[in-house]
Design a binder for this molecule. Structure first.
Ligand code: KG4
Ligand code: ZN
Length: 345
């Protein structure tokens, strides 16, 4: 992919509620360890930022040690080219833990530090499993905090095609799941319950379906709430299945339109919602109709992990160089787009 010797990089990811470390060689995963904090936050119905930061502090050293052990590198002075960590977007207290650890390790081991954008990491996730990708591809990035359609012309070359004007798709899954009492995280809970439901039981709105490449999910969430208030007897299974069908239909329609608009060579899925089975199936069908490949990351690479951060960091190190050690964590960091100056830190 890069045309240069792949480099071995330790990646660290702590932007939200997963404490993760991985060793990658270019886009090959050598080891990948994810310690989820789901149990810690489940009883609060969502991520509690203070608890997340503290848990990262407790877990990270062991998670990094496991990733190095599993890669057969040893913990004292591993033979790696750099340490890469997510510096944003995400929860500030959580970002600081991973970023500080990465900077400290880079100093201790005398190797460069690479500051990685979490969203760019998600875009690299599809490449970890599909080194054969041809450009340009449309990436449908659907996570808990973001929903975007990106034209990716190659690593580091992104154009924004559309985005949600309100809630992210994952946020809609989480809010509807909480409303239905299905717990946290919402996406997997809705998918599980929806398996026994009728996706045509309720006809929920498909906002902006026929207009452009932007998306909207807040009306859908409100429609679910109103429907359940009006039909208290409605089975959760049917509501969940109908809600999921609406989200999937809109996402696939927009990704298809985006691919046609730029003559894309394929469509990639990225972000936590990309783990959703019905979305993966529907996107594969749509791509088959368009006659282009669907590049689906493995489910483990859809949700937050450090392999995608290591892969983005390895590319960045080779093409943009290392980052400075005084880079600050940025909770609102945006995806670096073409035609905008790119700070390498
Ligand atoms: O990318 P991610 O792990 O973290 C962020 O960067 O936000 O995405 C988390 C989001 C959550 O909203 C979660 O409910 C959703 O991804 N998600 C899913 C599934 N697995 C995770 N949504 C639908 N179906 C799933 N199977
Ligand atoms: Zn993420």
């Amino acid at each position: 992919m890069t045309g240069r010797e792949p480099v071995t990089v330790l990646g660290i990811e702590t932007s939200c509620d997963d404490t993760a470390a991985a060793v990658v060689r270019g886009t090959d995963i050598v080891s990948s360890v994810v310690s989820s904090q789901v149990d810690l936050h489940a009883r609060y119905g969502g991520v509690v930022p203070e608890l997340a930061g503290r848990a990262h502090l407790e877990l990270l050293t062991a998670v990094v040690g496991d990733a190095l052990d599993q890669a057969g590198l040893g913990r004292r002075r591993p033979r790696i080219a750099a340490v890469a960590a997510t510096v944003g977007p995400g929860l500030i207290g959580s970002l600081l833990v991973g970023m500080s650890e990465a900077k400290a390790l880079s100093l201790a081991w005398d190797v460069p530090f690479v500051a990685v954008n979490h969203l760019e990491g998600h875009l690299f996730a599809a490449l970890l499993d599909h080194a054969e990708v041809r450009w340009p591809v449309v990436v449908l990035l659907v996570s808990g905090g973001h929903t975007m359609l990106v034209s990716m012309e190659g690593p580091g070359r992104y154009r924004r095609l559309g985005a949600t004007v309100d809630d992210a798709a994952g946020e809609a899954f989480d809010k509807v799941a909480r409303f239905l009492g299905l717990g946290y995280p919402g996406g997997p809970a809705i998918e599980r319950v929806a398996r026994d439901g009728d996706p045509t039981a309720f006809s929920f709105p498909r906002a902006m379906l026929d207009e452009g490449l932007d998306l909207s999910f807040s009306g859908l969430k409100t429609a679910v709430v109103r429907t359940v208030e009006r039909h208290p007897e409605a089975a959760n299974e049917d509501v969940a299945a109908s809600f999921q069908a609406a989200v999937v239909e809109v996402l696939v329609a927009k990704a298809t339109r985006a691919a046609q608009s730029i003559g894309a060579a394929g469509i990639c899925l990225a972000g936590g919602v990309a783990a959703n089975g019905p979305l993966r199936g529907a996107l594969e069908e749509a791509c088959a109709e368009l006659g282009i490949p669907a590049y689906l990351p493995s489910r483990a690479m859809c949700t937050d992990n450090a392999a995608m951060i290591g892969a983005a960091g390895a590319w960045q190190l080779l093409h943009l160089g290392p980052s400075r050690l005084d880079v600050a964590a940025d909770p609102a960091l945006a995806l670096p787009l073409l035609a905008e100056a790119r700070a390498t830190g």
